[in-house]
Design a protein around this ligand. Structure first.
Ligand code: PR8
Length: 474
């Protein structure tokens, strides 16, 4: 994949805004900052992704519940770090006439945990694992960006409570596997990083994050997992009777999966200058059949195309585009923009031969198949598209990372819209210097693999404590 020869890589913002609008994902013209409309294809993808994730959560014993949209100021203020992190970002409903103000959830810890306190009595009530797919609201002060940084955030949040620290630690691993499973199905390339302490979730002991590559070099944090230790349990007075009969404070985790950012990653990582390229699992239309009509043979061709549609429709979301007011070329253009994985072309030759011509969206390759082979061949193509997209995206993730040994090298890498891997002494001063002088954030060290420092701190030259990734972000 060439990093320079396309509009997507050269002028990402323009490409992205154009594609999400024309492919009917999002209309971002709603006149309130950070709020937008999910059009039919965006809404469809959102529902599919939600279902993929919820299935994995249910399989691993998470119970689905729905909690209120609001919390009270009193509940919101219980965990000191949490307030610090979120108080500037909340939307407040002023009810007037002396009634207490309500705070719209920026996340649901302060709404769920007072209920956990009521529900948890003894070790027999643990582990408690709940989740909900809802919108949360954050008055983002930074520039908002469709899907990437919004103020109405569609996500899934899961919250768990455990008897001891080891169980909570195990839960972090389980959450990681769940997110990996779903992101793999969507063919997304990412790295898993443990955030530096200064960037962890407000109130957490540590946070890990999934950073997905983006064509403009900014990383896209699609999901995070937080080990909360006992910080919230203490603040919300969640206690339980331990196995030995004594009272104890449980350990908690929470994790969130940002649906809009995942949609953004699918579009940004797989798309090309013709538009969307969708992994079959999330494509609203998976197969489009385009009849190439010739004078005098319209009926035979359309009848044959209908037969082909009937063979595929029960298996794949299939559309027969039999519009007669636009040309086949215009139809190709339209469905390529929509990212439909497989196109079936049917002209007079195919009717005579009892065959079809199949075109795959990811590589634009075309192959012929006989009608007998049709179903098997389409299945095969779908699998091939899925594995190609995954491979391509994973390769891209690795190829945008380069080692840097000093500020100059870091600057150069970020300028090339890439991610720098550096040795870091661990000091906040060096992280701040990076931010001020090269605009890069220390995103953290790898969580899934161990990486040992290979030189001194790239910023101050002092002894390095860890290998971290530096990038710009959304
Ligand atoms: C938590 N509490 O809150 P988190 N636009 C789009 N996506 C966003 C935005 C935004 N403005 N802000 C966050 N996200 C924890 C875990 C319950 C769940 C998405 O964690 O603040 C991002 O993908 O890290 C982020 O990783 C995820 O929500 C969780 O948000």
């Amino acid at each position: 994949m060439s990093v320079s020869a396309s509009k997507k890589f050269e002028n990402f913002s323009e490409w992205f805004d154009d594609v999400i609008f024309r492919a009917r994902i999002v209309d971002n013209r709603f006149p309130v900052k950070g709020f937008s409309v999910y059009l039919e294809n965006g809404a469809f993808m959102l529902d599919v992704i939600k279902k993929l994730l919820e299935d994995e959560l249910e399989k691993t014993g998470h119970k689905k519940m729905y909690f209120p949209l609001v919390t009270s100021e009193e509940l919101f203020r219980k965990e000191a770090e949490h307030i610090k992190g979120f108080s500037k970002e909340v939307f407040v409903i002023d009810q007037g006439s002396g009634e207490q103000k309500l705070i719209i959830r920026p996340t649901s810890e302060t709404i769920m945990y007072p209920m956990f306190k009521l529900w948890i009595r003894s070790h027999a009530d643990l582990p408690l694992k709940v989740h909900q797919s809802v919108n949360v609201y954050r008055r983002e002060t930074m520039a908002t960006r469709a899907l990437y940084r919004v103020r109405e955030i569609p996500w899934n949040e899961a919250h768990t409570v455990h008897e001891n620290a080891a169980e909570a630690e195990k839960q972090v691993r389980e959450a990681m596997q769940i997110y990996e499973t779903v992101l793999k199905k969507l063919c997304i390339g990412y790295i898993i990083l443990k955030r530096p302490d200064f960037d962890k979730f407000a109130g957490a002991v540590y946070s890990i994050a999934f950073d997905a590559w983006n064509p403009d070099g900014k990383v896209n944090q699609v999901a995070t997992i937080h080990n909360l230790g006992r910080n919230f349990a203490k603040a919300y007075e969640i206690e339980f009777e331990k196995r030995d009969g004594s009272r104890g404070t449980p350990y908690q985790t929470c994790y969130g999966f940002g649906f809009s950012r995942v949609i953004a990653a699918i579009i940004a990582q797989h798309g090309d200058d013709r538009g969307l390229v969708l992994p079959p699992v999330v494509a609203p239309t998976q197969v489009v059949i385009i009849p190439i009509l010739f004078k005098g043979q319209e009926k035979q061709i359309l009848d044959y195309a209908s037969k082909v549609r009937d063979m595929l429709a029960g298996r794949w979301r299939t559309v027969l585009d039999d519009r007669d007011d636009i040309t086949p070329g215009e139809k190709f253009y339209h469905w390529e923009l929509m990212g439909v994985p497989v196109r079936v072309e049917i002209g007079p030759k195919e009717v005579v031969e009892s065959s079809v011509t199949l075109a795959r969206r990811d590589t634009l390759e075309r192959v012929k198949a006989s009608l007998d082979e049709l179903v098997g061949k389409v299945d095969e193509l779908m699998r091939a598209i899925e594995s190609n997209l995954l491979e391509r995206s994973r390769r891209m993730m690795l190829s945008v990372i380069s080692d840097a040994n000093n500020m100059e090298e870091i600057k150069k890498i970020l300028k090339e819209r890439r991610i720098a891997r550096i040795n870091w002494c661990g000091s906040i001063e060096c992280a701040e210097k990076l931010k001020d002088e090269v605009g890069g954030e220390v995103r953290g060290e790898r969580y899934d693999i161990v990486e040992k420092p290979f030189g001194p701190c790239a910023v101050c030259g002092g002894e390095a404590r860890s290998v971290v990734y530096v990038a710009r972000s959304y």
